[in-house]
Design a protein around this ligand. Structure first.
Ligand code: SF4
Ligand code: SF4
Length: 286
């Protein structure tokens, strides 16, 4: 059984509790065999990355807590193979607070930027999964315990069980192309690294331009509907998890009472807000 961390990006609201809890636990505290005191200033070993998508009036923000991924094929373990960095049987990666002294090169060995340099202690330091607490009976690391939205779950599972969860829940890791086999997984990571296509549907009703609720919106990449949605009470629709660089789409909108409309769009690197799409009966007849 090995530890894994599962973080739901959709549930993280950037409250910072996990960041503060890591600082509270590690700054100024010596845990022999696990960690020397962490520095009070500077970036901590848990950090929140923010991504903002869209344009006004359709904008969203995603927060991705990042920390050591406890990789199974970790470059830091290779770089610290003299005992400076070790991988435990339960999956946790520990940077030895004595053996790693002076090893600033280990900061650069991590492709995730998850190792911080403690100038005072002359030590590279990571978030070591609160192993000192787990080893003395704690059920979970503090970041999980303090998260008010339960966005963080620490799970000690067999690799086969974890692989099932990855499949069933659509979990992903950061930078899988590195091939380091992280043990920190993310749910709803598309909120940070994919695009959305959104817009607002209107129609001329009794001489005024009004929002249209309940219009059918189809997203067609090449003549085939890939997804469909209904507009909400504000006439808005949103298709999420569109891969960057997906190229051209047609949006086809229809409403049994107010007519239809089409709009061509292309997804490159950014999310798109299609301004008002106005329905018309004339278009429906065409
Ligand atoms: S995230 Fe970086 S520090 Fe953590 S195990 Fe992987 S390579 Fe090492
Ligand atoms: S404690 Fe939870 S909600 Fe708050 S920043 Fe951390 S992961 Fe996000």
């Amino acid at each position: 059984m090995k530890w894994n961390l599962i973080i739901d990006v959709a549930e993280c609201h950037n409250c910072g509790n996990c960041v503060v809890a890591a600082k509270d636990e590690l700054v100024g505290n010596d845990f022999p065999g696990y960690s020397a005191p962490h520095a009070p200033q500077g970036r901590g070993v848990i950090h929140i990355e923010r991504t903002v998508r869209g344009v006004t009036p359709m904008v969203d923000a995603a927060y991705v807590p990042t920390m050591c991924n406890h990789c199974d094929d970790a470059p830091c373990v290779k770089a610290g193979s003299d005992g400076s960095v070790r991988k435990r049987d339960d999956g946790i990666v520990i940077i030895d607070p004595i053996m790693a002294r002076g090893r600033r090169d280990l900061v650069d060995a991590c492709p995730y930027g998850a190792i911080v340099w403690n100038a005072q202690e002359q030590l590279p330091q990571n978030w070591f999964f609160d192993a000192h607490l787990l080893d003395t009976g704690a059920a979970a690391p503090r970041c999980m315990a303090v998260c008010p939205t339960q966005a963080i779950e620490a799970a000690k599972l067999s690799d086969a069980h974890m692989a099932q969860r990855v499949q069933a829940e659509g979990l992903r890791t950061l930078k899988p192309e590195i091939g380091s086999k992280p043990r920190v997984y993310y749910k709803n990571l598309h909120r940070a690294d994919h695009c959305f296509i959104g817009g607002s549907v209107t129609a001329a009703i009794d001489g005024r331009i009004e929002c249209v609720e309940g219009a059918q919106v189809e997203l067609l990449p090449s003549g085939t509907a890939a997804a469909s949605a209904l507009t909400d009470a504000f006439g808005d629709f949103k298709f999420d998890a569109v891969a960057p660089g997906s190229g051209a789409f047609t949006l086809r909108v229809s409403h049994p009472q107010y007519g239809s409309a089409e709009r061509g769009i292309a997804i490159e690197t950014e999310s798109i807000y299609v301004d008002q799409i106005e329905l018309s009966i004339a278009t429906a007849r065409d």
